[in-house]
Each structure stands twice: as C-alpha cells, then as structure tokens.
Ligand binder design. Structure first.
Ligand code: ATP
Length: 247
C-alpha cells in the first residue's frame, strides 16, 4: 500500500516531522571538498533556512539531504530510520510538457496513489494554489509565478513529511513571493519539515525558526532564528548580516 494513503493530519494531532541528521557528511569532486565535513541535527520545529553567499554549498547541502547526491564521506540519516516522504521545489520549476493538472496526476501516479483519487486531489490542489483556471494550460507556458505555484501544488498533493525548497522565490515578484511564503507556512503548519535556501535576509526573518549558515563549503553555525539575527555566533555570519561581501 502506498504511504500516500496516509490522511493529512489536523494541526491539533500533528506528529513531529522526521529529524534530519548529517553525521560527518562531506561531498568532494575531483579531490576538492565542496561541502563539509559537517555534522548537525535538524530536530527543531523549523522552518530551517539555509543561508550563505553564492557558491557556499547550500544547494549541495539540500541535494545531499534529499538524496539527489550521495555523500563521499559520512552519512545522512533520518529519525525513525526510514526515508520520509519528501519533495523538492527548485528555483526554476521542473515541469513536464503536459497540462497543469496532468503534472499533478502524473506525480500522484508515480507515487502509487490510486487512480480513482488522483483527479480530485489534483483539482483540489490547483484550487488551493489559485490555478483552477489554468488546469488545462500547458505547464510550460504558465508565468514564472504560476509555474512555481504549480511546483508547490505538486509537492502539496504528495503530502510530504519533508519539503526542500532551493531559492524558490529568487525569480519572482513581490506578489508571487507572498504566495510562495504563504504556502511554505501552510506546509509547516501541516507538520511538514521545511528546509529552504534563500539569499533574502528579510525573507529569512519572516520565515525562519532556525538558520543553518554555510560559507566556503562549511556549516558555520546552526542557530535559532532570533539569536541568529540578533547576534550570530560565527564571524562569517556576522559579516554576512552586516552586508559585507563574504565568500
Ligand atoms: N554535482 C556537483 N559536482 C561538482 N561540483 C558541484 C556540484 N554541485 C555543485 N558543485 C560546486 O559546488 C560549489 C557549491 O555549489 P552550490 O550550488 O551548492 O552553491 P550555493 O551555495 O547553492 O550557491 P548559490 O547561492 O549561488 O546558488 C560550487 O562551486 C559548484 O560549482
């Protein structure tokens, strides 16, 4: 039986999302260490915002966590020892050459959701993300903001326990950013663990429960959001928040 048959939980009955553990994880390519070694445990409520300058290793960290890359050293582990249901939303949505609704029904089919429930789940999600009018529009002709909402709707129908978002708003205007942030909050309230990268300090302040700060391929600190923005522990994060050019 598919794990996606598990009904969505009301917020009053939420179980904590699975914790993510990086145990001495490193990723190297051609003898160059691009990330790590690093150890941290995401067992807090979140959302976890991953911050740091360009090329710091934020996307690598997300891809390792999501299992798109394998560490060349160490271990990525989840509490409960089972890989949770997880989804990832990218800066540039990766959508199929199909209609908006078919992108959702396809994702449900791939995840073994029974055929009889797919169409209803897909249309419910399109409605939730304000895309009903676009349901039969080819996904790739949607606007950037609509495409990102469709990517979120596709994650939504799968009821992920963990959602990774890699700079999901960097190409969007303020209205579209607001819609994405509202969706992120709603995922979080439904009990999904959120791990998201951003360059936008204001966005991080709006969303973060805790911050993982990465620079030069190293995780410099993992700090509750309030403490991070008030007084970051690492010299690198202090410089970053002060607006200095950090590499
Ligand atoms: N699969 C890979 N193989 C080899 N090198 C990689 C791979 N993925 C990323 N890199 C390199 O690792 C470094 C970190 O890249 P990463 O994309 O994680 O940075 P980032 O912090 O997300 O940057 P940005 O904010 O610019 O998106 C870069 O130098 C990049 O070229």
């Amino acid at each position: 039986m598919s794990s996606f048959n598990v009904p969505l939980l009301a917020s009053s009955t939420l179980v904590p999302p699975p914790a993510l553990c990086f145990d001495d994880v490193a990723f190297s390519h051609e003898d160059k260490v691009l990330l790590g070694p690093c150890s941290f445990n995401l067992d807090c409520t979140g959302p976890t915002l991953v911050m740091g300058p360009n090329g710091a290793g934020k996307s690598l960290l997300l891809r390792l966590a999501h299992g798109l890359l394998s560490p060349t050293q160490g271990r990525v582990a989840w509490s409960g020892h089972k890989r949770p249901r997880q989804a990832m939303v990218f800066q540039q949505p990766v959508l199929l050459r199909r209609s908006a609704v078919a992108n959702l029904t396809h994702a449900l089919a791939v995840n073994n959701v029974p055929r009889r429930t797919r169409v209803k789940l897909a249309y419910d999600a399109l409605e939730r993300f304000g895309l009903t009018a676009c349901s039969n529009t080819p996904a790739r002709v949607l606007s950037g903001g609509e495409q990102q909402r469709l990517a979120l709707a596709r994650a939504w129908v799968l009821s992920p326990q963990v959602l990774f978002l890699d700079e999901p708003t960097s190409a969007l205007d303020p209205a579209a950013i607001k819609a994405v942030e509202a969706a992120v909050r709603e995922f979080h309230q439904r009990g999904t663990r959120i791990v998201m990268t951003t360059h936008d300090l204001h966005q991080a302040r709006r969303l973060a429960g805790d911050v993982l700060f990465v620079s030069g391929g190293k995780v410099r600190e993992h700090t509750p959001a309030e403490a991070f923005f008030d007084a970051p522990a690492s010299r690198e994060a202090q410089a970053y928040i002060a607006g200095e050019l950090v590499e």
